[in-house]
Design a protein around this ligand. Structure first.
Ligand code: PMP
Length: 396
């Protein structure tokens, strides 16, 4: 086994060696600018970009022309929310989302609230799922956009996106989804799911960082939005800037690998995940699974270990790379707003750990993590006055 063991694949995934291999020529000899088509270098780069666009489009069942390259899902979310808000501000000012979305949705929403838009946050249930009927009731004639994620980045819960998309279609409201944690992990078909816009990112599916996409539906309905980056008119004027050709080539290859192996990979990850959930629940008292037990992305488990502080636990198992909550919120040392939104309270939030199993984890690593976490939780509890009090209370 190689240490440290990486079990934080919801934060980012390592590049698949097969992805790196196809990227290498575009980092060396084939360095052309895809917009400089007066010579071979540019023409070659453009052809590679278009090939990749086709691979990505095929993977989500869209048309290649509906894929706009961005720097990642944060930018795609900003483009979708602000671009739609600006385009449709005369029609209405209501955006509907939920409190468990990633900050890359919540922060642009806050920005829009400061600029005259209203944002409605649908409540989520104990697993973090939105009830589609709540959405139906919240849509009114001022609604210009619904943005609800496919799968949550912290607790892994998968929303009923097909039903949500159907309601938006019936009500003739545009539907954006943050597909970052789902694309490459579970089947995502933008037509079956009635998705009008979707953000996703290469570095969550074994591609490189700094490259993502926004799917923008071109017909039924034709979605229009206002560009947020001006300067040269690249990507049909929707997102200016010299294209990240090696990143795009890697993104395309990463999607095509996922489309080939996702079914088998997902079975293996579910086996690893459920083994870890079941054994941790068996081994450790007062240990709880956050998120939906079945409707969750294959590699994700999020557990709260009562009486144990997650920061302390992570320090104790330094040879295992896991995270408390999401990477983006752990930078701010804030306990998880997602765990709090599902009604579990501060104590659960403070003691929660996210394990993200991925393509390159082995069963041996999974078993090592189960044993190490069990030992560490027991050790930390022995040092916890709260746990001691709890045991005494139980005795009396
Ligand atoms: N949305 C979700 C659900 C995510 O998990 C992430 C990555 N943490 C993002 C958006 C941001 O993606 P990126 O890193 O590509 O900007």
């Amino acid at each position: 086994m190689k240490f440290p063991i990486y079990i934080d694949n919801n934060s980012t995934t390592p590049i698949d060696p097969k992805v790196l291999e196809v990227m290498m020529p575009y980092l060396t000899d084939k360095f052309g600018n895809a917009a400089s088509k007066s010579h071979r270098f540019g023409i070659e780069a453009e052809a590679a970009v278009e090939h990749s666009r086709e691979q990505i489009a095929k993977f989500i069942n869209s048309e290649p022309g509906e894929i706009i390259f961005t720097s990642g899902a944060t930018e795609s979310n900003n483009l979708a929310l602000k671009g739609i808000a600006e385009m449709y501000s005369k029609k209405g000012n209501l955006i509907i989302t939920s409190p468990t979305e990633h900050k890359a949705i919540l922060d642009p929403c806050k920005y829009l609230e400061k600029h005259g838009f209203e944002v409605a946050y649908l409540k989520v249930d104990e697993y973090g799922s939105v009830n589609p009927e709540d959405l139906r009731n919240a849509i009114n004639d001022k609604t210009i956009l619904v943005s609800l994620m496919i799968a949550n980045n912290e607790i892994g819960t998968i929303n009923d996106i097909k039903e949500i998309g159907k309601i938006c279609k019936e009500k003739e409201v545009l539907f954006h989804t943050d597909g970052t944690q789902a694309v490459g992990k579970i089947p995502v078909n933008v037509n079956d799911m009635h998705i009008d816009l979707m953000s996703f990112s290469a570095h969550k599916l074994y591609g490189p960082k700094g490259i993502g996409a926004l799917f923008i539906r071109s017909k039924n309905p034709r979605v229009r939005l206002v560009e947020q980056i001006n300067g040269g008119g690249h990507e049909k004027g929707i997102r200016s800037g010299t294209l990240n050709v090696p990143g795009i080539v890697g993104f395309g290859k990463a999607c095509s690998i996922c489309s080939e192996i996702m079914e088998d990979e997902s079975k293996r990850l579910v086996f690893h995940r459920d083994r870890m959930i079941n054994r941790l629940l068996e081994n450790i008292d007062h240990c709880y699974l956050n998120g939906h037990p079945q409707k969750r992305i294959p590699g994700n488990l999020n557990m709260s270990f009562q009486f144990v502080d997650s920061e302390g636990l992570m320090m104790e198992v330094k040879e295992i790379a896991v995270s408390s909550g999401s990477a983006c919120t752990s930078a701010t040392l804030e306990t998880s707003y997602v765990i709090k939104a599902i009604g579990k309270g501060e104590e659960f939030a403070r003691s929660s750990i996210r394990f993200g199993l991925g393509r390159f984890n082995t069963l041996e690593e999974v078993d090592y993590v189960i044993d190490r976490i069990t030992i560490a939780v027991n050790k930390l509890r022995k040092q916890s006055p709260l746990y001691e009090l709890f045991l005494e209370d139980r005795k009396s």
